[in-house]
Design a binder for this molecule. Structure first.
Ligand SMILES: Nc1ncnc2c1ncn2[C@@H]1O[C@H](COP(=O)(O)OP(=O)(O)OP(=O)(O)O)[C@@H](O)[C@H]1O
Ligand SMILES: [Zn+2]
Ligand SMILES: [Zn+2]
Length: 801
């Protein structure tokens, strides 16, 4: 029996299957999908067992050292998905496979030199290594090896020392001691205790009559006693403790009340009929659910999942990280209780590992999570839902650079399961496919209960300035805020942080402090009065004097929301303001605490960033103010209009979700731009048509595919040289119709002292794309002479920086 292994060493040279023999003791567990430890060169490394075969074409096979998992951590489906992903996104298979596992399982293997004899029996040069312990990390042996390699070699050959390995995993299973009673008659057991031992008797009786086994600490607390009372009972063998595996509960101890399915509206029912047909027919189909904000999409997701569970199958519910709010999570917990696992970035490594194990062991059948939850190791997958499918966070920006939608559809095909994409503002790509009939288009054009979409007012901030209003609030917004305060209704103020400056500028000469390693301005952090580079992490104290002109007129543009908060306190001192951004939600659970408080009416105004744009469903919000609608509109990115429209429509959607109608005030410097006027008219169709024309004209997706190749190196001439070589290679190999743009300097020209250039490909059909890009990756990955050079590929880029 031969194991075919992908070693977890992602480089061009190792991106292939290696064969190992399987020692007898591992034969039973050596199945595809387990992690193994194998000898690799002079090291021991972790790898994935991909297949077990009878014969090998490789010679001088070595034996694998250990099988790490009693049962496979990756199913055969996921192994195949990993290989597909590597090919599609141009990355190494090891990288794609690792991306599917929780961080806790990404073990680090360290090599140790172990001593097997008394220290004085060792050659003198080795003795100092083993003063404190009998095994030392291999890297600590390096100095000795340099001085006296022959001695180390001889010691290894004679066997007085050996090279071993140690695997460190980040996540440990958590256990807790539970108290149990040995079987038998309680009265008999009580009679063994002295009549005076009241506490002991109480404790024993409590354990005997409790409905379920409980952790020792809980029992002692309930009975109001301490461990000293328990010890004699343990010694006599009447009670015993058992280590039980427990899961850390990411929702904490919150009790979620169960919810029942709502009777659907006629429009919802119509959508549900199509969804139901797809689910019961066991056919793969992609449905695009285009439903305005508040139209009841989530209720449809819930009922669709219930159907899948009834069939004995499993479901994955994907939500953008930022919308994975406690409110959202609770809606799923309320409907499906303990059948739900939650996966999001706010969980610790251990908590993520716990949730993953629940899925892996089949203890849950629904997973609600962000991007990576698409890899949930279910084996009877019946449905995948992607909510807010237009969100950019579904694209992973590091290897493997996959789009969640593509992975979901691959798995849908594999399992004959439907995929539902939902959004109030679908991505142009998806809507175009639905119009062509590739996806089934479903729509909900009205809000539940016939509630109107909110009125949207557009305020021209240039006009405000002309009228002498220099504040960040227009007159219209101010009036509206005061009106809500008077009526006791709630408002939301939205500040788009992207493109919002938090920098330091000299008001005399215009100098902006920027990182000395990256061509990007420093971000100002009020906390600690520090300047930080968000690309390389470099940090320095904020200056008090301009380093260009020595002026002391330094202006700090603090974090946007803080500034707004200060301004609000000045102009509306009576308003109770709650600020929600990365700073106020850093602490665990603070997100939920803030939202609960706002829901309970403890504030009049909720001020926040992207974080409050999605998923909020509060009945008392009747006003939404957008402070600066166009901060994103001018980013050098062909999707900037689409993003502006989507974000404004989402934010506007938070208003008037209950009986009282909502109102939205949008402040902008470009009031005539279609991405703003069409939000006012709630006209997605018109936006789609206008934007499609622009994309056609510019030769952008969905009319053309794009690929981005970024080349970076420590010296400018070498980057330019490589970039030109790459361009030549691409033009030689690819079809004549394929456009190769560049090389040009990247929008961020330097990061961490590395100069950056890029080439962009535009094509309609390019059968040789994968092959050509892999060739480039192999070639530049192998260039030993220049280790600094990096070439990265992104075959469906969302960031062009
Ligand atoms: N059939 C129904 N009957 C009564 N109320 C409903 C029904 N369906 C949904 N609702 C309620 O309407 C509100 C909006 O629904 P939901 O949050 O599902 O909409 P959505 O389309 O997901 O919204 P968004 O995209 O804005 O987050 C919620 O408060 C929900 O409880
Ligand atoms: Zn200056
Ligand atoms: Zn930097």
């Amino acid at each position: 029996m031969i194991a075919k292994v992908i070693v977890d060493v992602p480089t061009a040279q190792t991106d292939q299957l290696y064969d190992y023999t399987i020692p007898l003791e591992w034969k039973v567990v050596a199945k595809p999908g387990v992690r193994v430890i194998v000898p690799f060169g002079r090291r021991a490394v972790q790898g994935f067992l991909m297949a077990v075969v009878h014969e090998s074409e490789q010679s001088n096979l070595r034996a694998l050292i250990e099988v790490r998992d009693p049962v496979p951590v990756l199913t055969e489906e996921l192994l195949a998905l990993g290989q597909w992903l590597a090919a599609e996104t141009i990355c190494f298979t090891a990288t794609a496979l690792a991306a599917m596992l929780p961080a806790a399982l990404k073990a680090k293997v360290t090599q140790l030199l172990t001593c097997h004899v008394e220290r004085h029996e060792l050659p003198p040069s080795l003795q100092p290594l083993f003063v404190k312990q009998c095994a030392v990390p291999w890297k600590d042996v390096q100095p000795v090896l340099k001085r006296d390699a022959a001695t180390v070699q001889a010691a290894l050959v004679s066997g007085i020392v050996s090279i071993d390995y140690d695997v460190q995993e980040k996540g440990k299973k958590r256990t807790v001691r539970q108290l149990q009673r040995v079987a038998g008659n309680l009265d008999e057991q009580l009679s063994l205790l002295s009549a005076k031992a009241k506490k002991q008797r109480a404790l024993l009786t409590y354990v005997a009559t409790a409905e379920k086994t409980m952790p020792t600490t809980v029992v002692l607390e309930q009975v109001g006693t301490t461990r000293s009372v328990l010890t004699p009972l343990l010694k006599q063998g009447i009670l015993y403790e058992e280590e039980m595996e427990v899961y850390r509960d990411p929702l904490g101890s919150t009790v979620v009340e169960r919810s029942e399915p709502l009777p659907l509206t006629a429009a919802q029912q119509q959508v549900m009929d199509t969804v139901q047909t797809a689910i019961v027919s066991d056919c793969h189909e992609v449905m695009l659910l285009h439903g305005v904000t508040g139209s009841g999409k989530t209720e449809i997701y819930l009922q669709a999942i219930a159907l899948v569970l009834d069939k004995g199958e499993e479901a994955i519910m994907l939500v953008p990280e930022i919308a994975l709010t406690p409110q959202m999570v609770e809606r799923f917990k309320a409907r499906f209780g303990d059948l739900v696992a939650i996966l999001h970035s706010g969980l610790s490594t251990g908590e993520k590992y716990d949730e993953w194990r629940k899925i892996h062991q089949g203890e849950v059948r629904v997973v609600v999570g962000a991007r990576s939850a698409v890899f949930a190791p279910f084996s009877r997958l019946g449905l995948i839902i992607i909510d807010e499918e237009h969100e950019m966070s579904y694209k992973q920006e590091e290897n493997p650079r996959y789009h969640t939608r593509d992975v979901a559809i691959w798995r849908g095909v594999h399992h004959n399961a439907p995929v539902i994409l939902g959004s109030a503002t679908p991505s142009l790509e998806s809507y175009a496919r639905a119009k062509k009939g590739v996806y089934t288009l479903l729509s909900l054009q009205e809000r539940v209960g016939g509630r109107p979409l909110p009125d949207v007012h557009i305020v021209d901030m240039r006009e405000e300035l002309r009228m002498g209003n220099r504040s960040m609030f227009s007159q219209a917004l101010m009036d509206a805020l005061k009106d809500r305060l008077a009526k006791g209704e709630q408002s939301v103020l939205f500040l788009n942080r992207r493109g919002y400056a938090t920098f330091v500028m000299c008001r005399d000469c215009g100098y902006v402090a920027s990182c000395t390693h990256c061509d990007i301005s420093y971000t100002y952090h009020r906390l600690g009065h520090a300047l930080k580079c968000h690309y390389c992490g470099d940090q320095t104290k904020a200056p008090t004097v301009c380093c260009e002109c020595n002026s002391t007129h330094i202006r700090f543009f603090g974090s946007g929301t803080q500034k707004v908060e200060e301004e609000l306190a000045r102009v509306l001192p009576e308003a109770r303001v709650m600020r929600m951004d990365v700073d106020t939600t850093r602490k665990k659970g603070s997100h939920k605490r803030l939202l609960d408080a706002f829901g309970a009416g403890e504030a009049d105004i909720l001020l926040g960033t992207q974080m409050i744009a999605k998923g909020l469903d509060f009945p008392h919000i009747t006003l939404v103010g957008v402070l600066s609608a166009d901060t994103m509109l001018h980013l050098p990115d062909f999707r900037s209009s689409e993003r502006t429209f989507q974000l404004l429509a989402q934010v506007a959607g938070r208003a008037g979700r209950d009986v009282r109608p909502g109102e939205v005030v949008v402040q902008t410097y470009t009031p005539a731009h279609y991405s703003i006027t069409l939000v006012q008219q709630h006209d997605y169709e018109a936006f789609f048509a206008t934007e499609m024309r622009a994309r056609k004209q510019g030769g952008y997706p969905p009319y053309y595919h794009m690929a981005l190749i970024t080349i970076s190196d420590t010296t400018l001439p070498s980057v330019i040289q490589t970039a030109q070589n790459i361009k030549r290679h691409l033009t030689d190999k690819l079809a004549r119709e394929t456009v190769v743009l560049g090389p040009v300097v990247s929008p961020i020209a330097r990061i961490k002292d590395r100069y950056r250039y890029q080439c962009v490909l535009k094509y309609k059909r390019e059968p040789k794309l994968q092959k050509t890009l892999f060739e480039l990756m192999r070639h530049y990955g192998q260039q030993r002479t220049n280790k600094k050079l990096q070439v990265s590929m992104d075959v469906c880029p969302y960031f062009f920086m």
